[in-house]
Design a protein. Structure first.
Length: 292
Protein backbone atom coordinates (compact mmCIF):
# COMPACT_ATOMS: atom_id res chain seq x y z
CA UNK A 1 0.00 0.00 0.00
CA UNK A 2 1.46 3.36 -0.98
CA UNK A 3 1.94 6.17 1.54
CA UNK A 4 -0.96 8.24 0.16
CA UNK A 5 -3.44 5.39 0.68
CA UNK A 6 -2.05 4.71 4.15
CA UNK A 7 -2.73 8.31 5.12
CA UNK A 8 -6.23 8.23 3.69
CA UNK A 9 -7.15 5.01 5.50
CA UNK A 10 -5.77 6.32 8.78
CA UNK A 11 -7.97 9.42 8.49
CA UNK A 12 -11.04 7.29 7.73
CA UNK A 13 -10.39 5.08 10.75
CA UNK A 14 -9.87 7.96 13.17
CA UNK A 15 -12.59 8.10 15.84
CA UNK A 16 -13.03 11.50 17.44
CA UNK A 17 -15.33 12.09 20.42
CA UNK A 18 -15.71 15.75 21.36
CA UNK A 19 -17.03 16.90 24.72
CA UNK A 20 -18.73 20.27 25.28
CA UNK A 21 -20.38 21.29 28.54
CA UNK A 22 -21.32 23.99 31.00
CA UNK A 23 -19.19 22.25 33.64
CA UNK A 24 -16.18 23.97 35.10
CA UNK A 25 -13.01 23.44 33.08
CA UNK A 26 -11.49 21.19 35.73
CA UNK A 27 -14.77 19.64 36.85
CA UNK A 28 -14.72 16.00 37.91
CA UNK A 29 -17.66 15.56 35.55
CA UNK A 30 -15.40 16.25 32.58
CA UNK A 31 -12.96 13.54 33.66
CA UNK A 32 -15.79 11.10 34.32
CA UNK A 33 -17.11 11.46 30.78
CA UNK A 34 -13.65 11.01 29.28
CA UNK A 35 -13.11 7.86 31.34
CA UNK A 36 -16.42 6.38 30.16
CA UNK A 37 -15.54 7.12 26.53
CA UNK A 38 -12.23 5.26 26.79
CA UNK A 39 -13.76 2.39 28.75
CA UNK A 40 -16.22 1.70 25.93
CA UNK A 41 -14.05 2.65 22.95
CA UNK A 42 -10.35 2.56 23.91
CA UNK A 43 -9.15 3.49 20.42
CA UNK A 44 -11.15 6.72 20.29
CA UNK A 45 -9.54 10.14 20.64
CA UNK A 46 -11.33 12.43 23.08
CA UNK A 47 -11.19 16.17 22.39
CA UNK A 48 -12.46 18.71 24.90
CA UNK A 49 -14.03 21.20 22.53
CA UNK A 50 -15.29 23.60 25.20
CA UNK A 51 -16.11 23.51 28.90
CA UNK A 52 -17.00 26.43 31.13
CA UNK A 53 -19.95 27.49 28.97
CA UNK A 54 -22.15 29.81 31.07
CA UNK A 55 -24.47 27.83 33.34
CA UNK A 56 -27.50 26.51 31.41
CA UNK A 57 -26.26 28.49 28.37
CA UNK A 58 -28.14 26.72 25.59
CA UNK A 59 -27.60 29.65 23.21
CA UNK A 60 -23.86 29.83 23.91
CA UNK A 61 -23.52 26.04 23.69
CA UNK A 62 -25.30 25.93 20.34
CA UNK A 63 -23.06 28.64 18.93
CA UNK A 64 -19.89 26.89 20.11
CA UNK A 65 -20.97 23.62 18.50
CA UNK A 66 -21.23 25.45 15.17
CA UNK A 67 -17.42 25.68 15.11
CA UNK A 68 -17.35 21.94 14.42
CA UNK A 69 -18.11 22.58 10.75
CA UNK A 70 -14.80 24.39 10.25
CA UNK A 71 -12.68 22.65 12.90
CA UNK A 72 -13.49 19.04 12.02
CA UNK A 73 -13.53 18.34 8.31
CA UNK A 74 -13.63 14.53 8.21
CA UNK A 75 -17.27 13.98 9.19
CA UNK A 76 -17.27 10.17 9.37
CA UNK A 77 -15.91 9.14 12.76
CA UNK A 78 -16.82 12.41 14.53
CA UNK A 79 -19.13 12.10 17.54
CA UNK A 80 -20.00 15.30 19.37
CA UNK A 81 -21.40 15.21 22.90
CA UNK A 82 -22.94 18.36 24.36
CA UNK A 83 -24.00 18.59 28.00
CA UNK A 84 -25.82 21.87 28.46
CA UNK A 85 -28.84 20.27 29.99
CA UNK A 86 -30.93 22.24 32.49
CA UNK A 87 -33.80 19.78 31.90
CA UNK A 88 -31.83 16.67 32.92
CA UNK A 89 -34.04 14.09 34.63
CA UNK A 90 -37.26 15.56 33.21
CA UNK A 91 -39.24 14.06 30.28
CA UNK A 92 -36.97 15.85 27.78
CA UNK A 93 -35.51 13.35 25.31
CA UNK A 94 -31.91 12.23 24.90
CA UNK A 95 -31.15 12.21 21.17
CA UNK A 96 -28.61 11.42 18.46
CA UNK A 97 -28.60 13.50 15.27
CA UNK A 98 -26.84 11.98 12.28
CA UNK A 99 -25.77 14.52 9.66
CA UNK A 100 -25.29 14.22 5.93
CA UNK A 101 -21.57 14.91 6.37
CA UNK A 102 -21.35 11.93 8.71
CA UNK A 103 -20.95 13.67 12.08
CA UNK A 104 -23.22 12.60 14.95
CA UNK A 105 -24.41 15.04 17.64
CA UNK A 106 -25.45 13.54 20.96
CA UNK A 107 -27.19 15.39 23.78
CA UNK A 108 -30.52 16.65 25.12
CA UNK A 109 -33.47 17.60 22.94
CA UNK A 110 -33.48 21.22 24.06
CA UNK A 111 -32.36 22.88 20.81
CA UNK A 112 -28.66 23.05 21.64
CA UNK A 113 -27.65 20.58 18.91
CA UNK A 114 -29.79 21.98 16.10
CA UNK A 115 -27.79 24.94 14.68
CA UNK A 116 -24.59 22.91 14.26
CA UNK A 117 -26.42 19.87 12.90
CA UNK A 118 -28.30 22.03 10.39
CA UNK A 119 -25.02 23.37 9.04
CA UNK A 120 -24.00 19.81 8.19
CA UNK A 121 -27.45 18.71 7.03
CA UNK A 122 -29.70 16.69 9.35
CA UNK A 123 -30.21 13.18 7.97
CA UNK A 124 -31.76 11.21 10.83
CA UNK A 125 -32.66 11.66 14.51
CA UNK A 126 -33.22 8.90 17.07
CA UNK A 127 -34.13 8.96 20.73
CA UNK A 128 -31.76 7.14 23.08
CA UNK A 129 -33.92 4.61 24.92
CA UNK A 130 -31.97 1.33 24.74
CA UNK A 131 -30.63 0.65 28.23
CA UNK A 132 -28.00 -1.67 26.73
CA UNK A 133 -26.03 1.34 25.56
CA UNK A 134 -26.27 3.34 28.79
CA UNK A 135 -23.93 3.21 31.76
CA UNK A 136 -25.76 1.56 34.64
CA UNK A 137 -27.18 2.65 36.95
CA UNK A 138 -28.24 5.79 35.09
CA UNK A 139 -28.04 8.86 37.29
CA UNK A 140 -31.12 11.12 37.10
CA UNK A 141 -28.83 14.17 37.10
CA UNK A 142 -25.75 13.16 35.08
CA UNK A 143 -26.82 11.98 31.64
CA UNK A 144 -23.58 13.33 30.21
CA UNK A 145 -21.72 10.45 31.83
CA UNK A 146 -24.39 7.75 31.74
CA UNK A 147 -26.32 8.35 28.49
CA UNK A 148 -24.69 10.81 26.06
CA UNK A 149 -21.01 9.82 26.29
CA UNK A 150 -21.75 6.07 26.26
CA UNK A 151 -23.85 6.59 23.13
CA UNK A 152 -20.99 8.43 21.41
CA UNK A 153 -18.51 5.73 22.37
CA UNK A 154 -20.77 2.91 21.21
CA UNK A 155 -21.32 4.71 17.91
CA UNK A 156 -17.55 5.06 17.55
CA UNK A 157 -17.28 1.31 18.21
CA UNK A 158 -19.55 0.57 15.28
CA UNK A 159 -23.04 0.30 16.81
CA UNK A 160 -25.67 1.43 14.29
CA UNK A 161 -27.70 4.52 15.15
CA UNK A 162 -30.92 2.51 14.74
CA UNK A 163 -29.91 0.34 17.73
CA UNK A 164 -30.31 3.18 20.23
CA UNK A 165 -34.03 3.78 19.95
CA UNK A 166 -36.93 5.00 17.80
CA UNK A 167 -36.56 7.55 15.05
CA UNK A 168 -37.90 11.06 15.69
CA UNK A 169 -39.23 13.38 12.99
CA UNK A 170 -37.09 16.49 12.62
CA UNK A 171 -40.20 18.69 12.93
CA UNK A 172 -40.85 17.24 16.40
CA UNK A 173 -37.52 18.36 17.85
CA UNK A 174 -37.33 21.25 20.30
CA UNK A 175 -36.60 24.42 18.27
CA UNK A 176 -33.10 25.91 18.40
CA UNK A 177 -32.37 28.89 20.68
CA UNK A 178 -31.90 31.12 17.63
CA UNK A 179 -32.52 31.19 13.90
CA UNK A 180 -30.35 32.81 11.24
CA UNK A 181 -30.97 36.52 10.71
CA UNK A 182 -32.02 37.65 7.24
CA UNK A 183 -31.52 40.79 5.19
CA UNK A 184 -34.86 42.61 5.08
CA UNK A 185 -36.11 45.25 2.70
CA UNK A 186 -37.97 48.16 4.31
CA UNK A 187 -38.67 51.81 3.72
CA UNK A 188 -41.34 53.58 1.68
CA UNK A 189 -39.91 52.34 -1.60
CA UNK A 190 -38.95 48.91 -0.26
CA UNK A 191 -35.29 49.52 -1.06
CA UNK A 192 -33.85 50.13 2.40
CA UNK A 193 -31.84 47.07 3.53
CA UNK A 194 -31.69 46.27 7.23
CA UNK A 195 -30.74 43.21 9.28
CA UNK A 196 -32.49 42.40 12.54
CA UNK A 197 -30.38 40.05 14.62
CA UNK A 198 -29.38 39.10 18.16
CA UNK A 199 -26.27 38.50 20.23
CA UNK A 200 -25.60 34.76 20.57
CA UNK A 201 -22.09 34.79 22.01
CA UNK A 202 -19.80 37.09 23.98
CA UNK A 203 -16.14 36.07 23.94
CA UNK A 204 -13.69 36.51 26.82
CA UNK A 205 -12.46 39.61 25.00
CA UNK A 206 -15.96 41.11 25.01
CA UNK A 207 -16.53 40.68 21.28
CA UNK A 208 -20.07 39.87 20.17
CA UNK A 209 -21.07 36.91 18.03
CA UNK A 210 -24.38 37.49 16.25
CA UNK A 211 -26.77 35.19 14.41
CA UNK A 212 -25.88 36.55 10.98
CA UNK A 213 -24.37 34.05 8.54
CA UNK A 214 -21.40 35.61 6.80
CA UNK A 215 -22.56 34.55 3.34
CA UNK A 216 -26.00 36.10 4.00
CA UNK A 217 -24.30 39.35 4.98
CA UNK A 218 -22.88 39.49 1.45
CA UNK A 219 -26.43 40.38 0.34
CA UNK A 220 -26.33 43.52 2.49
CA UNK A 221 -25.22 46.54 0.42
CA UNK A 222 -22.11 47.29 2.45
CA UNK A 223 -18.56 47.15 1.12
CA UNK A 224 -15.35 46.75 3.07
CA UNK A 225 -14.21 50.00 4.67
CA UNK A 226 -17.75 51.42 4.54
CA UNK A 227 -19.67 52.27 7.70
CA UNK A 228 -22.96 51.01 9.05
CA UNK A 229 -25.07 51.81 12.10
CA UNK A 230 -25.66 49.07 14.63
CA UNK A 231 -28.66 49.81 16.82
CA UNK A 232 -28.75 48.00 20.16
CA UNK A 233 -32.10 47.44 21.84
CA UNK A 234 -31.09 46.00 25.20
CA UNK A 235 -31.17 47.65 28.62
CA UNK A 236 -29.20 50.48 27.08
CA UNK A 237 -30.63 51.48 23.68
CA UNK A 238 -28.03 53.14 21.50
CA UNK A 239 -26.76 53.48 17.94
CA UNK A 240 -23.10 52.73 17.31
CA UNK A 241 -21.57 53.60 13.90
CA UNK A 242 -18.77 51.25 12.88
CA UNK A 243 -16.70 50.18 9.89
CA UNK A 244 -17.01 46.87 8.06
CA UNK A 245 -13.47 45.50 8.25
CA UNK A 246 -11.55 42.27 7.75
CA UNK A 247 -9.57 42.42 10.99
CA UNK A 248 -9.24 44.37 14.25
CA UNK A 249 -6.21 46.47 13.33
CA UNK A 250 -7.97 48.15 10.42
CA UNK A 251 -9.54 50.60 12.88
CA UNK A 252 -7.76 52.65 15.56
CA UNK A 253 -7.47 51.14 19.06
CA UNK A 254 -10.65 51.63 21.02
CA UNK A 255 -12.81 51.92 17.89
CA UNK A 256 -15.65 49.52 17.05
CA UNK A 257 -15.86 47.37 13.92
CA UNK A 258 -17.98 44.65 12.36
CA UNK A 259 -16.33 41.77 10.52
CA UNK A 260 -16.70 38.16 9.46
CA UNK A 261 -15.47 35.74 12.12
CA UNK A 262 -13.50 32.55 11.49
CA UNK A 263 -16.51 30.22 11.77
CA UNK A 264 -18.98 31.59 9.25
CA UNK A 265 -20.82 34.34 11.17
CA UNK A 266 -20.50 38.06 11.94
CA UNK A 267 -18.60 39.51 14.87
CA UNK A 268 -18.82 42.97 16.44
CA UNK A 269 -15.77 44.08 18.36
CA UNK A 270 -13.58 46.89 19.62
CA UNK A 271 -9.94 46.92 18.59
CA UNK A 272 -7.96 46.09 21.76
CA UNK A 273 -11.01 46.45 23.97
CA UNK A 274 -14.27 44.90 25.13
CA UNK A 275 -17.29 45.89 23.08
CA UNK A 276 -19.68 44.32 25.58
CA UNK A 277 -18.19 46.28 28.48
CA UNK A 278 -17.79 49.57 26.64
CA UNK A 279 -21.37 49.62 25.34
CA UNK A 280 -23.15 47.61 28.03
CA UNK A 281 -24.33 44.83 25.69
CA UNK A 282 -25.67 41.54 27.06
CA UNK A 283 -26.37 38.07 25.69
CA UNK A 284 -29.52 37.84 23.55
CA UNK A 285 -29.75 41.62 23.09
CA UNK A 286 -31.52 42.52 19.85
CA UNK A 287 -29.69 44.55 17.23
CA UNK A 288 -30.54 46.20 13.91
CA UNK A 289 -27.95 46.98 11.24
CA UNK A 290 -28.53 49.76 8.69
CA UNK A 291 -26.31 51.64 6.28
CA UNK A 292 -25.07 55.03 7.41
Amino acid sequence: MDEVNKGTNKKQQLKLITLTSDFEKQSRGVGSMEAVAYEICPDAKVIHLAHGIPDFGITEGANILETIKRSFTGGVGNYHVCVVDPGVGTPRKAIIIKTKRGDHFIGPDNGVLIPAARLLGIEKVVQITNQKYMRQPVSPIFHGRDVFTPAAAHLASGVAIESFGPEIAIKDLTPPPYEDAKVLMKGKDGKESIIEAQVIHISKFGSLGVNIVASDFDQFPLKLKEKCNVIFKGVKSQTVPMMFATTFGEVPQGNPLIMKDDYGRLEIAVNCGSFAEKYGVKMKDKITITKV
